[in-house]
Every structure is written in C-alpha cells, then in structure tokens.
Design a protein around this ligand. Structure first.
Ligand code: NAD
Length: 400
C-alpha cells in the first residue's frame, strides 16, 4: 500500500490541525513539509507545533515542484484558493482544498476547469458531513421514513468568541471570502444541499441580512491594545484565543508581518463588510423549500436541523435526533454513534482518511468541487439578494 507524502500550504489555524496529525503519523500518510509565504509565521508555526526537522518552503512554486510531494492540503485563506489550487494542480499535485472552494462562483468554475484539464484529485474539506450526526441524518432522510420531503430548516448559532473572530481577520471582508455565509456557513449549506441530494438543484434564493451589532460607531479604539483599560476589561470580545493560530495556546500570535492578520482589531472596526446576522430562503427544482439562519453573540455555538416531510418531521437539536410520525404521533429517538477522537469532533482524521481513499481511487466522489461550487453559488446569490432586496434565480448552466 502506498504511503502518501502530503504537504500543507498555509501555516495557520487550520494548517496546524493537519500538520500535527500528519507529523504524528497516520497509517497511509506522512507529513512532507509546510509552505507559507510568511517566513516569520512559518518559523513560529514549526516551533509551536513541534514539527522538528519538517521541511519548510516560502515559495509555493518551489514547494509544488518537489517530486516526492504526493499531494497538498491547502489551508491558505479563501481569497488565495483559486491561485494556489491552480498552481498545485498544474504542477501535477492532487489537492485537499479547505472550504469554501473560493469566494465567488466564477473562481470555483476556474478551479473546476483546471481540475478537468489536469485530471488531478480535488477533494473539498466539508468536514461537517463526516460528523456522526450528519451521517445519521443522511441515513434517516434516505430511508424514506419522512415520505416526500417538503421543507428543511437549518440554524447555526455562534458563541461570543467565535462571532468576534469573524470581524477581525481576513474574513471580515466580503471580497476575501464571499461573506460570512460562504466562509462559515458553507458547512451548513453543504449539509443541507447534501441531505436533499446534490442531484437536485436550488433554483431560487432570497435573503435578509445586516450588520446590527458590530457597528463602527461603537468602536472605542482601532485595536484592543489601544482600547481604554476600563472598556477593554468589560468587553466580551477582547480575547480571540482559540480562533487564530496557535489554536491550542493561551494567546494568539498577534502581530504578524502581513496586514491581513489584524487579530486584535476592534470588532467594531469600520474596515469590514460582512453581515453579523442573516436569514436565507431556498427553493429547489423539485419543489422542496428551506430556510437557514445564522446568529452570532450567544453563550455557546450550536447547530439545529429540522426537516418536514409528508409522513412526519425530524428534529436534530443538541446532538440528538428525533422523528415524529404524522399518522401515529410516534416519537422515535435515533441513536447517533459517538464521534471518534481528533479535531472537529473526530471529523478531521476521518476527512484525511477519505482524502487518502480519494488519492487511491483517483476520484473525489461526492466530496468534489462541483458540490463545493453549488454551495458557493447559493451563498453568493443569498449575499446578492440581501444586498439588492431581490429574489435571485439560479439558472441550470450556472452550476457548471
Ligand atoms: N474545515 C474547517 O472546519 C475549517 C476551519 C477553519 C478554517 N478553515 C479554512 O482554512 C483556511 C485557512 O484558514 P485559517 O483560519 O487557518 O487562516 P490563517 O490566517 O490562520 O492561516 C493562513 C495561512 O496561509 C498563509 N498564506 C496566505 N496566502 C498564502 C499563499 N499564497 N501561499 C502560502 N501561504 C499563504 C498565511 O501566511 C497564513 O499563515 C480558510 O480557507 C478557512 O476557511 C476550515
């Protein structure tokens, strides 16, 4: 059995997870090396993650030229995904591309065109699908117990610290990510689209959204370190540790050489363009309808899913799944397997295992770019709807 030498490009919060795991050693994969364009950050990353002896590169072209590099995990920010993915595939490397595929559907199409030209494996990092609860949801929906599916509802609620993190770094700007929905809730949109079935297509999207809390007029200072002590101490958003690299330390490494790492920017800064709450309504080509809601500022993060069918409804709340049958009122609690060990509730090692399987088979299967692009297309239309106040149609050919 082939042992894959996998490299990681992007020595940040997400890169940490994969670099540590590959360095620790997996059955079929090992860490080839790390690439980051920021030498200072790369050095700190290698020290902090204790990747003693790991090969490092600051030039991505040189990294991708390495003949003994089998595949690459791309954990650079969203706005770099197209260029990095194209460069890697053109250099003959298979890729694991972190979500979202790209900030815009047009950039997704460019990545898909390149994948088709080069024939490389391109696997997308929608790890929420790999969670035990998601897999159970898919089984229940596919079993037909709910009859004809009519409506699906999703909610993502973010904790205070997690909410704050989206107002600071690169993801505070729509042009860098496509917006909060594409950047963060692409996991939820992907799960909804996957549950309904990617062979069906969303044809209409409407959305309402706004920036209602993180308003620039509330900013006491530009950065946390310039904030008056009394205000800083009382601010619920002062500590972003846990959502920037290093993930496992007490303090993030704040003052990076690159301008996109404004980790201690005041959350109320005026240099951002994302919404801080959003509601979306969807309609599929076979008449299923749905809605999705993202809410920040809460004591804890959670996800909820509800699905209504002709024969009953399903509720997935707090890790539990219950169906209620229409004819009898019977309530069925569905056991959910426990998630394995590892990052993101055990989904990170699972996804790496699936990537290795994709490399073995030469095909990304259901975790490929087309599904990832459908998610970005829906998020993009939602953003457009929220900004224009108009319902957005999606033509069949836009799916590519
Ligand atoms: N699947 C998940 O659950 C999950 C979770 C977190 C982040 N992500 C995704 O991972 C990606 C990275 O997010 P993050 O929070 O780790 O970002 P980050 O800012 O912490 O790290 C990104 C790193 O990429 C480097 N970089 C930027 N441009 C580069 C280039 N052209 N070449 C080489 N290096 C470059 C930066 O110097 C930085 O070190 C994003 O796309 C994000 O959406 C996914």
């Amino acid at each position: 059995m082939k042992m894959y030498r996998i490299g990681v490009i992007g020595a940040g919060a997400r890169g940490e997870t994969f670099a540590r795991q590959l360095y620790a050693g997996m059955e079929r994969a090992t860490l080839f090396g790390i690439c980051d364009r920021d030498a200072d950050r790369l050095g700190k990353f290698v020290d902090y993650c204790e990747l003693k002896g790991a090969r490092t590169f600051t030039d991505s072209a040189e990294f991708f030229r390495q003949p003994d590099l089998d595949a690459v995990i791309i954990t650079t920010p969203d706005f770099t995904h197209r260029d990095v993915a194209l460069q890697a595939m053109r250099a003959g490397k298979d890729i694991y591309l972190e979500k979202p595929v790209a900030p815009t559907s047009e950039q997704c199409r460019e990545i898909i065109r390149c994948q088709r030209e080069t024939g490389r494996v391109a696997f997308v990092g929608f790890n929420l699908r790999a969670a035990a609860q998601s897999e159970r949801l898919k089984d229940i929906v596919s079993s037909g117990i709910l009859g004809q599916i009519l409506h699906v509802e999703g909610l993502e609620q973010l904790s205070v610290a997690h909410s704050a993190s989206f107002m600071r770094r690169f993801h505070r700007k729509r042009e860098n990510t496509g917006g909060l929905l594409n950047h963060k809730c692409c996991h939820d949109l992907d799960r909804i689209l996957w549950l309904i079935g990617h062979e069906r297509r969303v044809v209409k999207v409407a959305s309402f959204a706004g920036l209602n809390v993180f308003l620039p007029r509330k900013a006491p200072a530009k950065t946390c370190h310039e904030c008056p002590a009394g205000i800083y101490q009382a601010c619920p958003y002062k500590d972003t540790a846990g959502f920037v690299f290093p993930v496992h330390g007490d303090r993030p490494i704040h003052h990076q050489s690159s301008d996109i790492y404004g980790a201690d920017l005041c959350v109320y800064n005026d240099d951002k363009s994302v919404f801080d709450n959003q509601t979306v309504i969807l309609e599929w080509d076979h008449g299923v309808r749905g809605n999705f809601n993202v809410q920040l500022f809460q004591s804890r993060g959670c996800r909820e899913t509800r699905i209504w069918g002709e024969k009953g409804c399903l509720q997935a709340v707090d890790g539990k799944i219950r169906t209620i049958l229409s004819a009898t009122g019977d309530e069925i609690d569905h056991a959910v397997a426990s998630n394995g060990a590892g990052g993101h509730g055990g989904t990170d090692p699972k996804m790496l295992g699936r990537f290795v399987a994709a490399l073995d088979g030469g095909d990304s299967g259901d975790s490929g770019l087309s599904q990832g692009m459908a998610v970005t297309l829906v998020a993009e239309k939602a953003e457009r709807s929220a900004l224009s106040g108009q319902v957005q149609a999606i033509a069949n050919e836009e799916y590519f």
